[in-house]
Design a binder for this molecule. Structure first.
Ligand SMILES: Cc1cc2nc3c(=O)[nH]c(=O)nc-3n(C[C@H](O)[C@H](O)[C@H](O)COP(=O)(O)OP(=O)(O)OC[C@H]3O[C@@H](n4cnc5c(N)ncnc54)[C@H](O)[C@@H]3O)c2cc1C
Length: 437
């Protein structure tokens, strides 16, 4: 069987983001120009691929990552850096598909990705500005009721102890903006410099003998169910298992996997470095913040006190506006104190969204597995899914199978109409958010 991958215009350089400008020193890795043999090949050096590769390397497997551009070049190296526990879809919705018991097993994994990040930062000394605190904020009463339910649905115990439900006066201890009426802070969430986390994880993989090739887009995969050949223009990897970790950039020609996710664009602006007093007024507890809208605003301070403010979901990249204008306008509305702040960086990136907002794990064939599509909340989940892909490779499949049994419906309209149809649906959901119903 031969699978052709859809070409994408990957670039050998990082986008001009705040993260690229403040990246730690990292080598440019070789292109794949030879035939390489390994146990497991991984397509994509984002968080999913790096997380899986590091678990494999730690367990003594010979793993090779093939990256079309650079380590962390995709969403992983340009996101908001918000490490948010949990999944975009609620446990109630997962319970409606899988039953209560299975959904509770999934709930037990809600914070595992952030724990993996913390362990790796400690174990490998990764310098990525890791900070604690993740804050969900409510724009209206409907959002407040959702947050209240999230809080009270959790059984008493350590997970709930990390949370604090905040009314408007209590919220003012965390954010200097009148735009929100309350919130829920999770002290076990946090934020990172995502590109530096990816570069640190890549160095850890290599320190254990793992191989990483850059600037090597995979063009085709050949398999006879026992052996696999992963082909680039100039080289080839021969392996026993293959993990597809290309997220929104990886589509297989003629395969219905493409119709079960939608590449979606989001954009971020970074201000000039703010003075200490102003930064402490805007975000006194230095938490990473996201609002409860269907298409959320998300923002936080960088280590050098810039406001990094992101928003906007542009389904399928439709109707691309001048870069960063929407984020900038939202930022100045939420924080009038920043009305004159200079914008130093503007960038965007794509991530994969699913119809039901469930993340996706599964098989393309017996020896080809995929993990992807965290619907905008992937810093935590990609690290968890890297671990579940590793577990599936070593044949501890129970947790992989649990996620793989979640439904993965196709977007209506096929690959041509999925973006406009989703844009209209999102417009309707955003309108409901504005009206608070
Ligand atoms: C602007 C933006 C802001 C975001 N903010 C947040 C946030 O604050 N918090 C949060 O939790 N999530 C956020 N996300 C989502 C999060 O970044 C992603 O869910 C997560 O990084 C996905 O990781 P990944 O490794 O699966 O994919 P990616 O990081 O996209 O990595 C996929 C890699 O695969 C490579 N690849 C693809 N196809 C091929 C091929 N054919 N051959 C070789 N290599 C290939 C790509 O080059 C890429 O490097 C954001 C996303 C964006 C774009």
């Amino acid at each position: 069987m031969r699978y052709e991958l859809k070409p994408y215009s990957f670039s050998p350089t990082y986008p001009a983001s705040y993260y690229a400008a403040t990246a730690i020193d990292a080598p440019t890795r070789d292109q794949l120009t030879d035939v390489v043999c390994c146990d497991v090949c991984i397509i994509g050096a984002g968080f999913t691929g790096l997380s899986a590769a590091l678990f494999l390397a730690e367990a003594g497997y010979k793993a090779a990552i093939i990256e079309a551009a650079r380590v962390g070049w995709g969403a992983s190296g340009r996101n908001g850096g918000q490490a948010i526990n949990g999944f975009v879809a609620s446990i109630d919705r997962m319970a409606a598909s899988l039953g209560r018991e299975a959904a509770l097993e999934i709930r037990a994994m809600e914070g595992e990705g952030v724990d993996i990040i913390r362990q790796r930062v400690d174990a490998y000394g990764i310098d990525c500005d890791l900070k604690n605190g993740s804050l969900a904020v409510a724009c209206n009463g409907m959002h407040m009721r959702k947050l209240e339910k999230m809080f009270f649905d959790l059984p008493p115990g350590p997970d709930r102890d990390n949370l604090e439900f905040l009314d408007r006066p209590a919220l003012s201890r965390h954010i200097g903006s009148g735009a929100y009426c309350g919130g829920l802070i999770d002290r076990a969430g946090g934020h990172v410099h995502p590109l530096n986390l990816a570069l640190g994880e890549a160095a850890a993989v290599e320190s254990l003998g793992g191989m990483i090739y850059e600037n090597s887009p995979v063009t085709a995969i050949e398999t006879d169910d026992r052996e696999l050949r992963v082909c680039t223009l100039e080289g080839e990897v021969q392996c026993r298992k293959l993990l597809l970790c290309g997220n929104a950039y990886l589509e297989i020609e003629g395969n219905d996997l493409s119709q079960r996710m939608l590449p979606t664009r989001s954009e971020i602006v970074a201000t000039e470095a703010l003075d200490e007093v102003l930064a402490a007024e805007l975000l006194p507890s230095n938490a990473a913040v996201y609002d409860m809208n269907f298409i959320p605003d998300y923002f936080r301070l960088s280590a050098d006190r810039r406001m990094l403010f992101g928003c906007s979901a542009n389904y399928g990249g439709l109707g691309k506006r001048p870069l960063g204008n929407v984020s900038e306008a939202h930022m100045r509305r939420v924080f009038p104190q920043l009305r004159n702040a200079r914008i130093d960086y503007r960038w965007d990136g794509i991530f994969a969204v699913t119809v039901n907002r469930f993340p996706q794990l599964g098989h393309v064939a017996g020896n080809i597995l995929y993990g992807r599509a965290y619907s905008g909340q992937g810093v935590n989940c990609s690290h968890l899914f890297g671990k579940l892909l590793f577990e599936a490779v070593v044949e501890r499949t129970a947790r992989f199978d649990l996620f793989a049994s979640l439904p993965q419906p196709e977007f209506p309209g096929g690959t041509t109409l999925r973006a406009p149809i989703t844009t209209v649906a999102a417009w309707w959901l955003q309108t409901r958010d504005r009206l608070g119903v």
